[in-house]
Design a protein around this ligand. Structure first.
Ligand code: PGA
Length: 245
């Protein structure tokens, strides 16, 4: 079983969202794979009306507060009301473009869990951190920040997305992905136990395409992929999902 998740970022309004689902042919994708799409929040209603039952929806970001004077923000309960079941938390662009801190990421993860949204916590090192040999230190710091929230979640996922691989066409090698995932897996098992709580699915993200999805999905400890650019095209999304064994 693999998780194939599409993060549309700031692409696809409601009309384009409906067109995407009209063109999506998932009949050939083996039933055991879980298909998730994270459209822009403005397109969630359209996606909820147009999606096939098998494709489940998520929101790309939530605020940590339940409501309040936070212009431009969206709460967990609002996202749930329009059909989101999952929430991306701490995506690299949120951290690096909008300055989200580990602490804020943890608050958001906690809010998602409290409301029954499945958090998909994103983490990963920058190129400078990789070159300095600090991959494990950075991703464990990011993981440790959310462990208390994951410990009480009935379900959660982690997406390892090296910052240098996002939107660059340069993906991690299956070996590098496995190595980072193994580091995360060990810490999860230590903190949450080797049972189901510690078996949080670990997705790889960063320039996943139909041409590299097969080898990345086959890599040790890789339970799925989080796909940006290639998930905007229904045929590419299906090709990536079909590459999972
Ligand atoms: P990409 O984005 O596939 O376009 O590199 C991945 C992501 O940011 O989730």
């Amino acid at each position: 079983m693999a998780v194939i998740a599409g993060n549309w970022k700031m692409h696809r309004g409601p009309a384009e969202t409906r067109a995407f689902f009209e063109a999506l042919r998932i009949e050939g994708v083996p039933e055991q794979h879980e298909l998730l799409v994270f459209p822009p929040v403005i397109s969630l209603v359209a996606a909820a009306g147009a999606r096939p039952a098998r494709v489940r929806l998520g929101v790309q970001n939530i605020h940590w507060e339940d409501e309040g004077a936070f212009t431009g923000e969206v709460s967990a309960s609002m996202a749930l009301e329009v059909g989101a079941e999952f929430a991306l938390i701490g995506h690299s662009e949120r951290r690096h473009v909008f300055g989200e801190t580990d602490e804020q990421v943890a608050w958001k993860a906690g809010t998602a869990v409290r409301h029954g949204l499945v958090p998909v916590v994103c983490l990963g090192e920058t190129l400078a951190e990789r070159r300095a040999g600090r991959v494990d230190e950075v991703i464990l710091r990011q993981l440790d920040a959310v462990l208390p929230e994951l410990a009480v979640a009935s379900r959660s996922m982690i997406a390892y997305e090296p910052v240098w691989a996002i939107g660059t066409g340069e993906h991690a090698t299956p070996r590098d992905a496995s190595s980072a995932h193994a580091t995360l897996r060990r810490r999860l098992a230590e903190a949450l136990g080797a049972g189901p709580a510690g078996r949080v699915p670990l997705l790889y993200g960063g320039s996943v395409k139909p041409t590299n999805a097969g080898e990345l999905l086959a890599a040790e400890e890789v339970d799925g992929v989080l796909v940006g650019g290639a998930s905007l095209d229904p045929a590419e999304f299906v090709a990536i999902a079909s590459a999972a064994s």
